[in-house]
Design a protein around this ligand. Structure first.
Ligand SMILES: [Zn+2]
Length: 140
């Protein structure tokens, strides 16, 4: 095997193993698929990349507008976590959209209080989501 082929295989492997599934509570071998499978009733999404955990059937979208278009947005959420993230955005987004606080400032506060670099897509459990929700509420 050439070095290049080996490197390619390693990076593919890292990509496969590197996705955390919240429901399985493990790094899983997610499978790259597309919107045609995930959202069959949404033809507008059919070409978008998604990573699906075949063990539990949950999935995550990708940073599809960037150069590395199959890079997952974060861990694979359960429907409950996905819902909780949506609720958080409903409170969080108006805080910076209204100009009450700069977006980077509210994210910095969350990072400080949580002890991990805050990004809504990185919420891994309903407990974490609750914690975030409580912090965000204070600034709303
Ligand atoms: Zn899973």
């Amino acid at each position: 095997m050439t070095n290049e082929a080996q490197r390619r295989e390693e990076s593919e492997l890292a990509e496969l193993l590197g996705i955390r599934c919240c429901s399985c509570d493990a790094e899983v071998q997610a499978r790259l698929t597309d919107g045609a499978e995930i959202y069959p009733h949404r033809p507008d999404l059919k070409d978008l990349p998604f990573w699906r955990c075949d063990q539990c059937g949950n999935f995550v979208g990708c940073h599809h507008k960037t150069k590395n278009r199959t890079r997952p947005l974060g861990c694979i959420p359960t429907p409950e976590i996905k819902n909780a993230r949506k609720e958080i955005h409903k409170i969080l987004d108006p805080i910076w959209k209204s100009g009450k606080m700069a977006r980077k400032d509210i994210y910095a506060k969350l990072t400080d209080e949580l002890g991990w670099k805050y990004h809504t897509a990185h919420i891994r459990s309903v407990e974490e989501a609750r914690k975030v929700y409580r912090i965000v509420k204070r600034y709303a």
